[in-house]
Design a protein around this ligand. Structure first.
Ligand code: NMX
Ligand code: MLT
Length: 438
């Protein structure tokens, strides 16, 4: 069976040829128009970047190289003894566009485990952080510091040629993905259980098997499976989301993958993006505390209005692209539906009750273009059910995941020789003058 590197070597020339042709034959084809509302509206809807691994349809949701989430659940290999898709098989799909065999997936798990330990200086750095520093800040700083050992940076300093860029980028990306669980678990231990032992990376486990083990949940097979699904599904959401886009922008300067991905993490740490999963739990818990034991749909509706009237967003609802319930939300709900103890969990029931009421309230409120839940509406609440209750940590798990897609893009950006990203900005005066003159 072919290795990941040989598979990539085989497919890269055809993709390079495809790009060359697109540029030469269709470079001046018009794809869309730029309106003033795009310029002042966060570039929403503007088709302005190349992203290979996934495409987000507003109605259907995400497809990874054409495969929907249910397709992926049918064809992507699980961990030995598990049923859910795992980040390794998702990473292989994202990088190559091909479905890996069980053997290829296992080989990737073994490679990641072999490379999973942190350098001592990063352990010391992370151990020096105050416990009160937000886990996402710690994760971003730890990832940036890993660039000490960047193969790409070392090769660049030696004067490598452009065709070699992707090779060293890939090595850094694999090393980074391999080390994320040890880094993320160390942060968890330091913040929430200082002084307790931390399991070493176990060569016989898959990436999430190791992560769960290092978090202290290795015995909980159900949570480990949930984390596998969660991390595989959050891996990529096309290119325009803030974290992926940040990694792409920084990567376009030829900064190494560690620096590029730390930028992604700091974007993910914002409440309108990845931090929403911690905000959802906080909000649902406050709702539970205020409404007491007898929670009815009418009471939830009133609570939703109270949130909106106080000028806050309803966390976990709305989306920059989606105009339907997020299929990742649906997949996580289905995971819960298949498990009686999850179905009976008060927090999951509250998520379900909120889902029944919130779209109607948001429609009546009339502002959000998408009144439906995104993935964050449930992802953290499931963790809470499992006893992983430290909600300030939740976005770190998202951060372990998003590396799959953001780093895949970096490999392809280097293989395709994509240029520095540098859009043109305009001042309001320049815009007004342009409008007056046209
Ligand atoms: N609750 C209340 N108001 C909302 C919501 C919401 N959930 N979603 C959008 N709006 C408002 C939004 O603030 C804006 O108001 P204004 O004109 O006063 O600025 C208006 O509706 C139009 O916004 P949209 O065009 O529908 O949304 P946009 O594309 O700008 O933003 C989000 C998308 C996701 C930032 C937005 O829906 C939101 O803030 N949602 C809550 C936070 C959240 O769940 N984020 C997680 C996204 C997923 N992720 O994992 O990253
Ligand atoms: C994501 O997964 O990145 C979020 O759903 C936000 C987005 O796609 O813009």
């Amino acid at each position: 069976t072919k290795s990941l590197r040989d598979t990539l070597k085989e497919i890269i020339p055809a993709k390079q040829e495809q790009l060359k042709k697109l540029k030469a034959e269709h470079g001046d084809t018009v794809v869309g128009e730029v309106k003033v509302e795009n310029i002042i509206g966060g570039m929403r809807g503007l088709k302005a970047m190349l992203w290979e691994a996934s495409v987000l349809d507003p109605v259907e949701g995400i497809r990874f190289h054409g495969l929907s989430i249910p397709d992926c659940q049918k064809v992507l290999p699980a961990a030995p003894g598990g049923k859910e898709i795992i980040p390794e098989s998702m990473l292989w799909l994202l990088l190559t566009g091909q479905v890996p065999s069980a053997e290829q997936t296992l080989a990737l798990s073994q490679e990641l485990a072999a490379k999973g330990a942190l350098p001592k200086f990063v352990e010391d750095l992370v151990d020096s952080f105050p416990r009160t520093l937000h886990p996402m800040t710690q994760l971003g700083m730890g990832v940036a510091a890993l660039n000490h050992d960047s193969a790409f940076q070392a090769a660049y300093e030696r004067g490598m040629k452009k065709p070699e860029y992707w090779v060293h980028t890939l090595e850094d990306c694999i090393d980074l993905i391999a080390r994320l669980p040890a880094l993320a678990a160390r942060i968890y231990r330091n913040v929430y259980a200082p002084g307790t032992p931390l399991a070493p990376v176990d060569g016989s486990l898959d990436l999430v098997g190791n992560y769960a083990n290092m978090l202290g949940y290795g015995e909980n097979h159900s949570l480990t499976e949930y984390l596998r699904l969660y991390i595989a599904l959050h891996g990529d959401h096309e290119g325009g989301n803030a974290s992926a886009h940040a990694a792409h922008l920084v990567g376009s300067t030829l900064a190494d993958p560690y620096l590029s991905y730390s930028a992604a993490l700091f974007a993910l740490a914002g409440p309108l993006h990845g931090l929403a999963n911690q905000e959802v739990l906080r909000w649902q818990m406050a709702m539970q505390a205020e409404l007491g034991a007898d929670i009815t749909e009418e009471k939830i509706e009133a609570y939703l209005w109270k949130t909106l009237k106080s000028g806050q967003v309803v966390p976990g609802y709305g989306h920059g692209v989606l105009r339907n319930p997020d299929p990742r939300f649906i997949a996580l709900q289905e995971f819960c539906d298949g498990k009686p103890e999850l179905k009976a969990s008060p927090i999951i029931q509250l998520v379900n009750q909120t889902f029944k009421v919130a779209p109607g309230v948001l429609k009546a409120h009339g502002k959000t273009k998408n009144p439906y839940p995104n993935v964050d509406a449930t992802s953290g609440c499931v963790l809470y059910h499992y006893g992983l209750t430290e909600f300030k940590y939740y976005t770190v798990i998202f951060g372990v995941s998003r590396a799959l897609g953001a780093l895949t893009q970096l490999v392809w950006a280097r293989a395709l020789g994509l240029p520095l990203e540098r859009p043109k900005s305009m001042s309001m005066d320049a815009l007004s003058k342009f409008i007056a003159d046209s």
